[in-house]
Design a protein around this ligand. Structure first.
Ligand SMILES: Nc1nc2c(c(=O)[nH]1)N[C@H]1C(S)=C(S)[C@@H](COP(=O)(O)OP(=O)(O)OC[C@H]3O[C@@H](n4cnc5c(N)ncnc54)[C@H](O)[C@@H]3O)O[C@H]1N2
Ligand code: MOO
Length: 440
């Protein structure tokens, strides 16, 4: 059950970081599972148990290029007294018609090829003369150079015990075994196993589709000319990248001008491809703070809990925030503040866990560690605010980069961690232990 403050908390209620996060996580639900092609399921959470349909390996096969022989025929073989065997032909990987290896015989065999009937063990080619009669060889001649299959006689210089260099059927997994459990996150090794047992599709929770929309009439897209008073739109890029990093399929919508009707239309147009919407800017108390203005219409009296609520949080940066749901499908929407550091920190603390919850992941938060503060002077923090300063973490220590200003994107680009200064702490001296969020 959520410990979040009720939606009716009122405009003057100062929300804690935890209350706001709890409210978001109590609202956002994992997406419904779908069947996806294996590679489209990368990074997704499996929702079915996977049973192995066919053993791996499916048949006894050779782990070396060499000769398939009978144990007794090579017992006691040495360079001085080689065992001379009649070569009956080749067994290549994928070959269906297998030769029979009788007493005194050998079949030239390739790695991965089935152990032919009659053969009991494999002698690597390096332990033989390769059929050339000129002492030990380093390998076989390429098929392009010697297209005829092996024939004639081979001299074996070493004995081999029963089933040496044989990979037994089912030695990896057996038919009927549980290969993977629901809840597994599909990384490359898991995708490898699924493909190996013949699964082309799997049932998973899909990646959420996240639409990122920035607002502000001052914003210009990169590569364009800056006019007076204008700045480049960095938030929509930063947050689209962050959404992808969190596991989402992210769509960036370039900056929308500070006009409530345009913003409303744009949001409505985008809803069709969104499991989650993120906006930046326009949530403060200015006359042009258009997100607040545009989304205040969204509450639906017939749908308790719908609509976007704008709040003040006891944190820095990231004080003004909006959260709620919008549109016929009650798509969750997080309205983040416009200052670039504020929007990025807010994303890390609130949007990333929401995306990971939609994916059905249980571990939705960035890892946190304790670290020793390395700094020339004490850090200061406003009373009653949880502060998230940018820092660099290494070897159990953390060093602040840049100041507390929420416009400092150059310092943000140097940071790999957030230093957390709790609400009741106004100063942290160098050498003190602090909590650190690792940004990965
Ligand atoms: N009188 C008050 N003013 C402000 C308060 C307050 O409590 N009282 N809160 C401040 C805090 S804290 C924040 S954070 C900001 C939040 O403002 P908005 O969310 O309304 O954002 P904007 O006003 O649109 O922009 C703020 C700042 O960030 C720049 N910006 C916006 N979008 C982008 C973008 N996509 N890329 C790069 N930079 C962007 C924008 O130009 C502004 O400089 O409000 C404070 N004010
Ligand atoms: O909260 Mo604002 O995000 O401090 O700059």
């Amino acid at each position: 059950m959520s410990t979040a403050a009720p939606r009716t908390a009122g405009p003057d209620h100062l929300w804690s970081v935890d209350e706001h996060l709890d409210d978001i996580l109590a609202t956002v639900r994992p997406l419904e599972p779908i069947e996806l092609n294996l590679l489209d399921a990368q990074g997704c959470v499996l929702v079915e148990d996977i049973t192995v349909p066919v053993s791996l390996p499916p048949f006894d096969n050779s782990s070396m290029d060499g000769y398939a022989v009978r144990v007794a025929d090579v017992a006691g073989a040495s360079e001085q007294y080689p065992a001379a065997l009649e070569v009956v032909g080749d067994v290549a990987a994928g070959q269906a018609d297998l030769l029979h290896v009788g007493p005194g015989q050998a079949a030239r065999i390739m790695t991965g090829a089935p152990l032919p009937p009659g053969a009991e063990t494999i002698v690597p080619v390096e332990w033989t003369d390769g059929g050339l009669g000129e002492g030990p060889v380093a390998g076989m001649r390429a098929r392009s150079l010697a297209p005829e299959a092996a024939a004639g006689q081979v001299c074996v210089y070493r004995p081999a015990g029963a089933r040496a260099h044989v990979r037994a059927e089912g030695s990896d997994v057996k038919a009927g075994d549980r290969a993977m459990e629901a809840g597994t996150i599909l990384g490359p090794p898991q995708i490898s196993l699924l493909a190996a047992i013949g699964r082309g599709t799997v049932r998973v929770r899909p990646r959420p589709r996240v639409v990122v929309l920035s607002t502000g009439s001052e914003l210009v897209q990169p590569d364009e000319e800056l006019g007076p008073g204008q700045i480049y739109d960095s938030n929509s890029f930063a947050l689209t990248a962050a959404a992808r990093d969190a596991g989402a399929i992210a769509y960036r919508v370039g900056a929308v001008a500070d006009d409530a009707a345009t913003l409303r239309d744009t949001i409505e147009d985008q809803l069709v491809r969104a499991d989650l919407m993120v906006t930046t800017g326009g949530v403060s108390v200015g006359a042009y703070d258009v997100v607040k203005e545009a989304l205040s219409y969204a509450a639906d009296a017939d749908e308790p809990g719908s609509g976007i609520e704008f709040r003040k949080l006891a944190m820095q940066p990231g004080k003004p925030q909006g959260f709620g749901s919008i549109g016929p499908d009650h798509t969750p929407l997080l309205a983040l503040p416009g200052n670039p550091v504020s929007s990025y920190v807010s994303f890390e603390l609130f949007v990333r866990p929401a995306i990971r919850t939609l994916m059905g992941l249980t571990d939705v938060h960035r890892p946190r560690v304790r670290a020793k503060l390395t700094a020339e002077k004490a850090l200061t923090s406003p009373k009653g605010r949880r502060q998230f300063l940018r820092g660099r973490y290494a070897d159990g220590g953390v060093t602040p980069v840049g100041g507390a200003g929420s416009h400092l994107v150059a310092a943000l680009a140097q940071a790999d961690a957030l230093i957390v200064v709790p609400e009741d702490v106004e100063s942290v001296v160098p050498g003190a232990e602090v909590e650190v969020v690792l940004l990965g």
